[in-house]
Design a protein around this ligand. Structure first.
Ligand code: GCV
Length: 878
């Protein structure tokens, strides 16, 4: 029902609004639950409030109408006004419904599924706002698009907006386990599962689906691609159906990862051979059980023959056999199979110079091109290795001309700082989407391939029709999100990545800058300085991360056998995982040329292959991915490889520090809680960038023996090593890997065994935390008098909260707790952390002392202190 306000009613509402606006000033401008939908209000401006009017009664249309109300009220900070009292009558419905109700409104009649038209129409001094969808999902997307517009512009669109997504598959994947843990999740526990079943309270699932709908995401695969078999046990399907029920009103279809060995693991069959008729029958029955409870079930994601997951290779079958088996049983129900091309041998021989993990996806899948059923989509990670911060586009995109393909990216920042580092990934994704593979010697960007355009694959061969609803299959984008209960992604600015993923999957022609601005205006504030600063920070963050962790496409230098987080340069080498960079005393890089190397470069179409084959035409940022060169090799930039390594790491650490400085300039302009929270994270990041810088620089200095032309590597003015201090209680330890500590050594305060009185030993009680004595490290300051920043580099281990104090001449000036949750249980680059006390007056002869009190298994380990001339930078916010 549309309620039209009388003038008197309007006046009273506006009077109420003034009061409510004032009240809203104290409202928190961002909570993680609402993310970008908890809009920053356009306070003190005339509000645009919608009146509720869904023309249809489908759940998605009702949600669309509700969202317009809720969103417009939030935008203007108006609470307590009933949703029927808006100024703007709205018509929210499908094309047919709008045509019927308002035949004169010129809506295009060929709107396809998921697409929408937004326009206004003048009716007797009032403005009718129309949101028309090609289908119900399109209506919902249109409502969110209208709010997005108002959130940015504080006005209604002047001319109609018409949009349609270019890719039908726009999914997020979650790697959630049934026990509530999440593989590579950095935001707490699962919103879906707990203790082997779906959670009782699934309200967070609905909230998440709402966020997904607001950016056009239409599918969510809820479980880990590893260990998926238990999810299909018959007793579990009803609880999965509850999850699907929560997402359905938001137009998000549920999908599941499946273990191809399920018929054997949970079905009692002797085999899971994809060509066995009993196996097919098992899957048919299972799929029937699923669709009986989840009628809009989207389909299966498959990880097979990869990293310990079973696969068709066990029976000498190929991925197409497994994919087609599942596709055939899903097809009658409208489901699809996302078969992951992430199939490789993780027991490669390091000594075999021809062995190359990067080759695997193309070697395995290219020969199968054209052999997949039309509702199979091959899901290809953007690069040939594994979500690296810097790697080339996978050549497989060009290697599947007769097969649907989708690009898989990671929103969860596994190799890119795990949400502890600000790294806005849209520029990297965009670079991949825009990469021109020159297939068939003509322009073929990756985006044109996954849209189905490049190889004329109109969504799996079925062009669909404007009136027949969603086309059932085709290419797309998949973002591994791994959201959890801690603010979805565990860090406020990381939400920009989830937002950007959805926007790029909807329209890969958007620019990362545009998306950053959209997100900032909706999430943080519309003040021009806020928008330009946050956008600049976002855009700087990926290059900075590459700079301080890089270099030159060598693949990650993080600990690849453990956390994938801190530096551990040799962890990639001499094992079967194939993430090698082959750094030796005389040279570095993987020779992937056809002429002398693994031949990977030859998997690209000829023009690109030629470019990567030659040193002369390989871009600097991928040099070491394709070539093994001496450290003295000169880059296109004119620098030698080794000098680039030094320079980029110093530059990267400076860039990381600048991110914090830029944020600091927003003080008073944004929500204070957000300001403090992000400020502390950026300070941590700047400190960890130094850990990265120093690890890589000292490692390559030692390996090559080539000095840094700028004289920085190996020289740390103001640094006082803990192992050289006057130690009380502390013992010197060797840190592993050695490059993770300054000079390879640190000091650790030995744990004291808990002591219990004899009587209690028979009936032990919990005596933790242990009253441990402090250890101390003391140095004498010998520099010139002045004001200094004193950085203390320590290792923050889990579990346990060690305590530190810094004293000058026995006067304690600050103390802090090592209470972060960082990976690794021993002191290393995962948990090396910097605390900086700013502006301390020092004179020669002053005694500087750090006391460390261990706690549990955190031995208050210390690497060094560094005394630097005071800089007016970040405020210490530990
Ligand atoms: C789910 C990387 C991750 C694994 C992940 C795998 C994949 O190797 O480290 O945790 O497994 O990718 O994408 O399947």
């Amino acid at each position: 029902m549309t309620v039209v306000c009388t003038t008197a009613q309007k006046k009273s509402i506006l009077a109420g609004i003034a009061l409510l606006l004032a009240a809203s000033l104290t409202a928190n401008s961002q909570t993680a639950d609402q993310a970008w939908l908890d809009h920053t209000p356009w306070r003190s401006t005339h509000p645009i409030l919608f009146a509720r009017s869904a023309l249809g009664k489908s759940p998605m249309e009702l949600k669309a109408a509700d969202e317009l109300m809720r969103g417009s009220h939030l935008l203007y900070g108006i609470f307590g006004v009933t949703t029927d009292e808006g100024d703007y009558p709205t018509a929210v419905g499908t094309v047919d419904e709008v045509h019927k109700a308002y035949p004169d409104v010129p809506i295009p009649s060929d709107l396809t599924s998921d697409s929408f038209w937004i326009g206004t129409s003048q009716r007797r001094r009032r403005t009718l706002v129309v949101v028309a969808g090609g289908d119900e999902r399109g209506v919902l997307y249109g409502a969110f698009a209208l709010l997005r517009f108002i959130a940015q512009n504080n006005s209604l669109p002047k001319s109609p907006i018409i949009e349609r997504p270019v890719m039908p598959i726009r999914w997020v994947d979650e790697w959630d386990n049934f026990d509530g843990t999440i593989e590579r999740g950095y935001a707490g526990r699962s919103i879906f599962f707990e203790k082997g079943k779906a959670r009782e309270d699934l309200s967070a699932v609905s909230e998440y689906a709402r966020l997904l709908a607001s950016i056009g995401i239409n599918g969510c695969n809820v479980n880990n691609v590893n260990g998926a078999a238990p999810f299909l046990v018959a007793d579990n399907i009803p609880s999965l159906a509850r999850i699907a029920d929560e997402m359905r009103p938001w137009g998000v279809r549920m999908a599941l990862s499946v273990d191809i060995a399920s018929p054997q693991k949970i079905g009692g069959l002797q085999t899971f051979d994809p060509l066995d008729p009993d196996v097919k029958e098992w899957w048919e029955t299972k799929v029937g059980e699923i669709y009986a409870l989840i009628p809009d079930f989207a389909g299966f994601t498959v990880k097979a023959d990869s990293e310990g997951q079973a696969g068709p290779a066990s029976y000498g079958r190929r991925p197409a056999d497994a994919a087609n088996l599942l596709a055939a049983v899903l097809a009658p129900h409208g489901g699809v199979v996302l078969y992951r091309a992430f199939v490789y041998n993780n027991r490669l021989d390091y000594n075999d110079l021809k062995a190359d993990r990067a080759r695997a996806a193309y070697d395995i899948f290219h020969p199968l091109d054209g052999k997949f059923l039309p509702n199979v989509i091959v899901q290809i990670k953007y690069g040939p290795i594994d979500f690296q911060a810097e790697e080339p586009v996978s050549p497989l995109f060009a290697g599947l001309e007769r097969t649907n393909s989708a690009m898989e990216v990671q929103i969860t920042q596994e190799y890119t700082g795990q949400q502890r580092h600000l790294v806005y990934l849209a520029p990297m994704w965009k670079e991949k989407l825009d990469f021109d593979l020159r297939a068939q010697n003509r322009p073929t960007t990756v985006k044109s391939i996954i849209e189905g355009k490049a190889f004329n694959r109109p969504l799996g061969g079925n062009p669909g029709s404007p009136r027949t609803g969603p086309r059932p299959w085709g290419g797309g984008m998949i973002g591994v999100a791994n959201v959890g209960r801690d603010g979805w992604l565990g860090s406020p600015l990381a939400l920009a990545n989830l937002y950007a993923f959805g926007r790029l999957a909807w329209n890969p022609n958007l620019t990362p800058e545009q998306i950053a601005a959209e997100w900032t205006k909706q999430s943080i504030g519309t003040d021009p300085q806020v928008v330009s600063t946050v956008d600049k920070m976002l855009m700087q963050s990926w290059p900075a991360y590459v700079d301080y962790t890089g270099p030159l496409g060598a693949e990650t230098l993080a600990d690849i056998t453990g956390s994938h987080y801190g530096p551990n340069i040799e962890s990639s080498e001499r094992n079967g995982w194939g993430q090698w960079h082959r750094d030796e005393a005389n040279g570095i890089g993987m020779d992937r040329t056809v002429a002398t190397g693994t031949g990977f470069a030859g998997q690209y179409p000829p023009q690109v292959a030629r470019a990567y084959e030659s040193l002369a035409t390989t871009p600097d940022d991928l040099l070491l991915f394709f070539h093994h060169v001496p450290y003295t090799y000169r880059l296109h930039s004119g620098k030698t490889v080794i000098q680039h390594i030094y320079d980029s790491h110093y530059q990267g650490a400076d860039e990381a520090e600048r991110l914090g400085e830029e944020w600091t300039a927003l003080k008073g302009k944004i929500d204070s809680q957000l300001f403090g929270d992000v400020g502390a994270r950026l300070e941590y990041q700047a400190g960890h960038a130094i850990v990265w810088r120093d690890a890589i620089v000292q490692y390559f200095l030692k390996l090559t023996g080539i000095p840094d032309a700028e004289g920085r590597a190996g020289h740390f003015p103001g640094r006082l090593e803990a192992e050289n201090a006057r130690l009380t209680g502390y013992k010197v330890i060797n840190v592993t890997p050695w490059e993770d500590a300054s000079g390879g050594k640190a000091v650790s305060c030995p744990a004291v065994a808990p002591t219990q009185p004899k009587a209690q030993q028979e009936h032990p009680i919990d005596v933790s935390p242990v009253e441990a004595p402090a250890c101390s490290a003391e140095w004498t300051y010998n520099g010139p008098p002045g004001r200094y920043d004193i950085a203390v580099q320590y290792f923050d281990l889990q579990p346990g909260i060690a305590h530190f104090t810094l004293a000058v001449n026995d006067r304690q000036i600050v103390s802090w707790s090592a209470n972060d949750s960082l990976p690794s249980k021993r002191p290393d680059g995962d948990n090396s952390t910097r605390f900086t006390m700013r502006g301390v007056e020092l004179k020669p002869g002053d005694r500087l002392r750090v006391d460390g009190v261990p706690d549990g298994s955190d031995p208050a380990a210390l690497d060094y202190i560094e005394v630097d001339p005071a800089a007016a930078v970040l405020s210490a916010s530990h």
